[in-house]
Design a protein. Sequence first.
Length: 511
Amino acid sequence: MISMYTKQEIILRKYREGASQRSISRELGISRKTVKKYIDAYERLLSKSKVRESAMGEYLSKAPEYQVNNRGKRKLTREVQEIIDNLLEENRVKLMEGMHKQMLKKRDIQEELSRRGYKIGYTTVCNYIRGKERKGTKKESYIRQTYQPGERCEFDWGEVRITIGDKPERFRMSVFTSAYSNYRYADLYRREDTLSFKQAHVTFFSHVGGSFKETLYDNTRVAVARFTGRQEKEPTEALLQLRGYYHFTHRFCNAYRGNEKGHVERSVEYIRRKAFGIKNKFDTLEEAREHLEKIVDEINGTTQQLTGKTAKELFEEEKKYLWPAPVPMACSESREFRVDKYATISYGTNRYSVPEGLVGKFVTGSIYSNKLEIYYENTLVGVHSRSYGKYQWIINIEHYLDTFKRKPGALKGSVALARSSYLKELYEKFFRSTPREFIEMLHYCHRHQVSGESLEESVGRLLDRNPKNITVEMITALLGNKPAKGTDFLPEDNETVIRAKEQLQRLSQIF
C-alpha cells in the first residue's frame, strides 16, 4: 500500500508540473499501472464534482484504501479449519475424561497439519484458535463497591523471599487491609499454618485496638476446613475461635475471584515490592520485620489520590467504629511429650532439651508460632525459640550441668556446648584442660541466674586487663562483686579464707 504522501505527489506532479506517467513512475519508484490507477480515479472524481477545487482537496487529503474484506485466505482454507476444529473437539473430550495432560497444544496441532501435507504457519494456527476462544467468552464487568467505616477488613497471605544472614529463605507475609480507609498492616511468619494464622490476627487486632464487623478471606487451607457444596464452605476451628473471641463475622470469596478482595490483593503485591524490592538482605528475622513495619507505616502515611487524606487519617476516623479488642487471645497448641534418654523432646523433626532429671517422664509442651514452653506438673521447666529447620538440636546447656559434673569428659564433644558458640569459644580457649572448673562456673551462673550477656561482659572486662590468664575464681568474683570484708565471720587461720583473700588481692591489682 502506498502512502498518502506518494498519492499526493502523483497528482501534483501530473497536474501542476505536467510530468508524464512514465517519469512519475521512474522518479517515485512505483509501478506505472499504479500511477495510472490514481490519475484515473482522480479524473473520475473531477468529472462527477461541480466544484473542481473542493474535489481536488478531498481526494488529496484522503489516505489510499484497499479492499481486503473479500480477500480469501490462501493457507487457512475451510478444509484446514475443519481439521483444527476436530482436533480442538478431541481436546475438549480429553479434558472431560480427565486426560488433560494428553491434550494437544497449538504447536502439536500445527505439526499434525504439516504431517497431513498442509503448509501452514504456527502463527496462523494460533491466531485462528485464539479467535475461536474469544468468540466463546464474554468479558466480565465489575461493580464498584463503597464501604462504611469499620465494616470490612480483608486478609491474605503472600510469599516473600529474602536473605537472612547468608541464607536465602522463604517467608509468609500476612497482610490486613481496611476496605474503608485502605489502612494496611503486615508481618512475617515462617509458615502458613494454624498457629501463624491465629497469631497474625491477634497481633493485628492488638495493633488497631479492635476488630472489624466482617473479615473477608480467600479459600486458604487455614481458614476453610472443607467444602460442603458448590458455594458452601465450612470454617476451620481456628477461625471459629478467632471470630468468637473478637466478635466478628467472616465471609469467603469465590474461587479464582481475587477482585472480590481487591484491596488486600493489591496490598500484598504493593507492600512486598516497596518493602523488599530494593533491600532484601538482613542479619536476623527481627530486623526484616522491623524494616517491614517501617515501610508499611510510610505507606499508611502517603496521601491518597481519591480522598486527599492519608490512610492513617482515615483510620483515625474509622477507629471509633471498631469492636473494642479484649486481652490478646493465647495462640498455642498443647501437646504431651515423653522425655527421651538425651533429656529432649521431639517436635516437628527437631529436638528440644529439658532438665536432665525428667528423663523418661511425661511433660506438656505449649507450642507457639515462635517459641516452645515446656511444663512438668504445671511448672515451667524450659523455654526454647521454635526452630523451623529439619533435624535440629535446640539445647540449653544448663539442663545438663549435673551430668557434666559427674562426667566432665563428655563436655568437650557435647551438642550442648556446640550449640552455644560463645561458651564453646570460652571453653576451648581457657578451660580445655580443666573442664570441671568450667562446669562449676556454669553451675554458679545457673544458681545465681546470671544471664549470658552478664557473663560475656564480665569475661570481656577480664580480657581487657589480662587476656592470657582467666580463671573461674576471677569470673565468679567479678560476677558476685563481693567485698573482702564479707568473709570476716570465718576463722582467721582458715585456709579457704587465706586463698580467697589472695585471689581478691590479685583481682584488685588487675583493676
